[in-house]
Design a protein around this ligand. Structure first.
Ligand code: FVH
Length: 304
């Protein structure tokens, strides 16, 4: 270290699966001192050969550094790995995918053990870690002070986005974005199934589908505006009535192509229900934003 160089924060990493190993490598590459632990020691040994200090127990790893990052399979594995570990005075950052309720309970659990707590939801896959141009990031929520203290270190492997002091918010944002992704994957799956039996090259079809999905993406912002204002009918381009009238065409096409409609059915059923239940209140003139109310059984929120 040169005389004026600032010592980089030392990090403890618990969990060296695909994601934990990628995170660990990014900190090592950036010159952070790293202590690692993994339930199966062979995975830790690999990181040891790359410069990490290998702890023989989770307790030993946690004792090594104030900043402790956890990336395990699920919430149950966090319980199992951390059983009996002294967390007093630690800054615990949990990147394990969990539900909002699990994250909130984990924050209470950490505070009861004398630790500060930050929860994270990773919006990246392992190859995106350590590659800034890949655009990955982690949602963080919980202690803002803790986030600010470790912002620079946490931002080494992948970008950071703080979404609030409620420790459940990172998990909620994570699951909400991934749920949107699964809706898109469902549509993509159905689209490829429709063309599969024909003399159509999937590789030639793919750019058409991808471009169409990108062209439709602004609908996300339009839906947000409608949910904020409570106005579901002004400037609607494609009315719910028109879209429901079109659904038999989609279902018949699926049948003619020998494709199961089970990915389309649930959403079409909700669209039809919204139209039927709100018929006297102008639901036919809405777009799809009203389906959100149907799912949540809430009346629209007005902006304040
Ligand atoms: N990989 C991905 O694409 C996604 C991207 C978005 C975020 N997820 C979440 O990240 C968490 C870890 O995922 P991962 O990809 O590292 O998962 P695995 O490669 O399967 O590694 C799992 C690690 O968890 C350890 N582990 C499992 N159970 C226990 C336990 N009872 N006690 C202690 N450790 C446990 C496992 O250890 P071992 O099997 O090597 O002994 C791995 O270290 C996850 O929440 C994703 O949802 C990844």
């Amino acid at each position: 270290m040169t005389p004026n160089a600032v010592q980089k924060t030392s990090v403890t990493m618990l969990g060296l699966g695909a994601m934990g190993s990628a995170l660990a490598r990014a900190w090592l590459a950036a010159g952070h001192r790293l202590t690692v632990w993994n339930r199966t020691p062979t995975r830790a040994a690999v990181l040891g050969a790359e410069g990490a200090r290998v702890a023989t127990s989770a307790a030993e790893a946690v004792a090594a550094n104030t900043l402790v990052v956890v990336c395990l399979l699920d919430d149950t594995s966090v319980d199992e790995a951390m059983a009996g570990v002294d967390l007093a005075g630690r800054d615990l950052v949990n990147l394990t995918t969990s539900t909002p309720a699990q994250a909130r309970a984990r924050a209470v659990w950490a505070h009861e053990r004398g630790a500060r707590y930050l929860d994270g939801g990773i919006m990246a896959v392992p190859p995106m870690i350590g590659v800034p141009e890949a655009g990955g990031y982690v949602f963080y929520s919980g202690s803002r002070e803790l986030f600010e203290r470790h912002r620079e270190t946490l931002g080494v492997p992948v970008g950071t986005t703080f979404v609030g002091e409620d420790p459940g918010f990172a998990a909620l944002y994570d699951v909400a974005l991934l749920s949107g992704m699964y809706g898109m994957f469902a549509g993509v799956t159905h689209a490829f199934a429709l063309i599969r039996g024909e003399d159509i090259d999937p590789a030639a079809f793919a750019p058409l589908l991808a471009d169409w999905l990108v062209a439709m993406a602004p609908a996300v912002h339009q839906t947000a505006d409608r949910l904020r204002s409570g106005d579901y009918t002004t400037n609607v381009v494609s009315t719910l009535a028109m879209q429901v009238a079109g659904t038999p065409t989609f279902l018949r096409t699926a049948e003619q192509q020998g494709v199961s409609a089970e990915l389309l059915d649930p959403f079409f059923a909700l669209m039809g229900r919204r139209l039927a239940e709100g018929a006297g209140e102008g639901a036919g003139e809405e777009d799809l934003a009203g389906v959100v109310d149907l799912l949540t059984r809430r009346t629209p929120r007005t902006a304040s």
